[in-house]
Write a protein that binds this ligand. Structure first.
Ligand code: FES
Length: 192
């Protein structure tokens, strides 16, 4: 029987879950996809969510729990309101990401791997964030910032703390730089 009280999931997410399950030959194969959809909305997979997903896929809660505890990107408790990820893999480490992480820890008042007591910030010092040529790489939520080190990292942390990072001209995320104005079409006066 489906656990009742997970009805806090939005209708959109419930629809996505119902659409994704039949795409797999066996229900259990959809487990990771369903877990991601639930986590995307709720921020983590609680015991209740775990039981709900297990019921939905005709599995036992332990089958879901073992996935959540195996994959580092899956969480049993939510991160902070603003979640900061710092890359610690070799190319970024060689360019100073350990120092960057320390600066962010000091300024934001939270150790990596933890959520600040007021729930505002959390930091994760983690493996490659897939932008290895421009390290140290820091992600704030879904936005990727490059070359964050030394004095730059201090400025970055201050803007983040003052909630001014988004409006800052100094730091543009990789994703923002992808949004460019469409090219202006040139008119030609060629006669046909
Ligand atoms: S090594 Fe840091 S983004 Fe890949």
């Amino acid at each position: 029987m489906i656990v009742e009280h997970l009805m806090e999931l939005s209708k959109e997410t419930l629809i996505k879950i119902d659409e994704v399950i039949p795409k797999y030959p066996e229900k259990r194969s959809a487990a990771l996809m369903v877990i991601h959809l639930v986590q995307d909305e709720l921020g983590s997979i609680s015991d209740e969510s775990c039981s709900w997903i297990a019921d939905k896929l005709s599995l036992q809660p332990i089958n879901i729990k073992e996935l959540i505890t195996f994959y580092p990107m899956l969480r049993e408790t939510p991160w902070g309101k603003t979640h900061v990820r710092v890359c610690r893999t070799l190319p970024c480490a060689l360019r100073g990401s350990y120092g960057t992480c320390k600066i962010l820890e000091d300024k934001l008042g939270v150790k990596e791997g933890y959520v600040r007591d007021d729930g505002e910030y959390s930091i994760e010092f983690m493996e490659c964030l897939a932008d290895c040529g421009e390290g140290p790489v820091v992600m704030v939520g879904e936005h990727t910032y490059e070359n964050i080190e030394g004095k730059n990292a201090e400025k970055f942390a201050k803007l983040l703390l003052d909630k001014e990072l988004n409006s800052s001209k100094e730091f543009n995320s990789y994703e923002e730089t992808l949004v460019v104005a469409p090219p202006v079409s040139k008119r030609t006066n060629k006669k046909s």
